[in-house]
Design a protein around this ligand. Structure first.
Ligand code: NI
Length: 493
């Protein structure tokens, strides 16, 4: 997890009690380092009560395109939840339309992850970061939704401003800021119209940070382009919500949080994650399968954990870091119940399209999130979409990870019912099978009691992935698809 330095832990508790909690975090690591004033202090989602995460994959994840859209859901913010859900559904629909009949390789991909750009009783902001890959490069864009808890109202970022004339005045201030940015930026393209001002938030000084999408007002190679309009200049242009949001951004710092991006790295000496019930089943003597659940934790994970306890089954959860960091209590429960937690990347982008540095970053951040929650670091990686490149194998080897895919796919992201999913699992299960499911999928969770009952009736035990191999240790950098993998010769690369 990204590190926070608190001047006072009490401040966090006091603010949490007021409704939405509040903390400051450091900027995301996968952006070109911008000038200091354009950094936004993201709030720690784990400090916000009533927050869960949603994942949209469309339940039709065809093999021709990859989609993973994640967004938060807040118990006390129905209007915000509705706006985020509508946005996710619209993005999915538009992407499907654009990639209809596509046979491109590498596959087109849509990925959306999120941060909290504000989380106080006065204002909440969700920053959605979209990456779209249509064959040659990633196009990144951001959009920030604001929520006014007092009014139960969700608005786009322009809701921070007091109407069109304020937007026009802001455009002039932004153009002024851009004069120092060189000829690659089309300063005059900034008019405040369209969706140019769809991602705005305040930095710790109360300056308004305006973020532009890739290629929006400059050449695409520029990376993240953002400006910070000084607090005093923007103040007269703000709406009521804008003024409250600006004040709470400053209060967050005054009450004692600073991000600590330059500080010492988190200790990476956590013990390797292992099921606390490992060794209780001998897969050399009894029939074993490994149930694996990807993409969580999510709103259905708690119920799934109940069902697994009732069915006396253990499983391997491949957690997405972006969701894990928001819901550490679910990870703690998994661990306490004897399940094993693996690494499913930070934001679920196809790692086989990524360079080594981004693969490393994505896996390390997720490992930090898991370790911060349970005190153990994952040893297994399930690559998003099961896509493996040589670079990924090399990184896995260097970081000490085994790669785990599957040999039984329930295809639970297609349009099947719970009964279809249960029938598929029961039909395809065999000793040593690694079965892939998703704890983000309602039908999958509904199918679990039936799966456990029927497979147990056939004599199966449910173990975590490493237990399939008994005393043979899983090797770093190696790809495992099934419990019989070690018997096969496989280049270690
Ligand atoms: Ni996945």
């Amino acid at each position: 997890m990204h590190k926070l330095r608190f001047f006072s832990g009490i401040a966090l508790l006091a603010l949490s009690a007021g409704g939405c909690g509040l903390a400051a975090s450091s900027p995301e690591r996968d952006i070109i380092v911008p000038a200091e004033p354009t950094l936004i202090d993201f709030a720690d989602p784990a400090a916000v009560t009533g927050l869960s995460t949603r994942t949209l994959t469309g339940r039709d994840s065809s093999s021709s395109r990859y989609v993973h859209i994640a967004y938060p859901e807040l118990a006390d913010a129905p209007a915000l939840n509705k706006a985020l859900r509508a946005r996710a559904q619209r993005q999915l629909r538009d992407f499907r339309e654009r990639t209809k009949g596509s046979v491109a390789y590498p596959r087109p991909e849509l990925n959306v992850n999120w941060q909290l750009a504000a989380a106080s009783p006065k204002a909440v902001a969700v920053r959605l970061r979209t990456g779209e890959f249509l064959g040659t490069r990633w196009d990144n864009s951001t959009r920030t939704y604001w929520f006014d808890p007092g009014e139960n109202q969700a608005v786009g970022s322009t809701g921070l401003l007091a109407g069109q004339s304020a937007l026009d005045a802001l455009a002039a201030l932004v153009r002024e800021q851009l004069t120092e940015r060189g000829s690659q930026v089309e300063r005059d393209a900034v008019t405040g119209g369209g969706d140019q001002f769809d991602s705005m938030a305040f930095n710790r000084n109360g300056d308004l940070v305006v973020e532009f999408d890739d290629c929006q007002i400059g050449t695409c190679s520029l990376g993240r382009l953002a400006v910070a309009v000084p607090a005093g200049q923007v103040a007269p242009l703000l709406s009521g919500l804008g003024r409250r949001a600006q004040a709470s951004a400053r209060e967050a710092v005054a009450t004692g949080y600073v991000s600590d991006d330059e500080g010492a790295p988190l200790p990476r000496n956590n013990p390797a994650a292992v099921s606390n019930k490992a060794g209780t089943v001998d897969c050399a003597k009894v029939k074993c399968v490994a149930l694996t659940f990807d993409d969580g934790p999510g709103p259905r994970t708690g119920r799934l954990l109940d069902l697994l306890v009732e069915g006396r089954a253990r499983a391997t959860f491949f957690a997405v870091g972006n969701g894990a960091v928001a819901q550490p209590e679910l990870l703690r429960r998994m661990s306490a119940d004897g399940h094993l937690i693996g690494n499913h990347s930070w934001a679920h982008r196809d790692l086989s399209k990524q360079p080594t540095s981004k693969i490393t970053d994505s896996l390390a951040r997720t490992a930090d999130a898991v370790a911060a929650a349970i005190g153990q670091a994952p040893t297994l990686v399930r690559p998003p979409y099961g896509a493996v490149s040589q670079d990924l194998r090399n990184v896995a080897r260097d970081m000490g990870y085994s790669l785990v895919t599957w040999n039984v796919d329930t295809e639970d992201q297609r349009d099947g019912t719970a009964a279809d999913i249960a029938n598929t699992v029961v039909r395809k299960a065999h000793p040593g099978a690694i079965i892939r499911m998703h704890d983000t999928d309602r039908e999958t969770v509904d199918a679990v009691p039936d799966i456990l009952k029927r497979l147990r009736g056939k004599g199966y035990s449910f173990v975590t992935v490493p237990e399939l191999y008994g005393s043979a240790r899983m090797q770093a950098g190696r790809l495992y698809r099934s419990g019989s993998e070690p018997s096969r010769k496989q280049p270690l690369t």
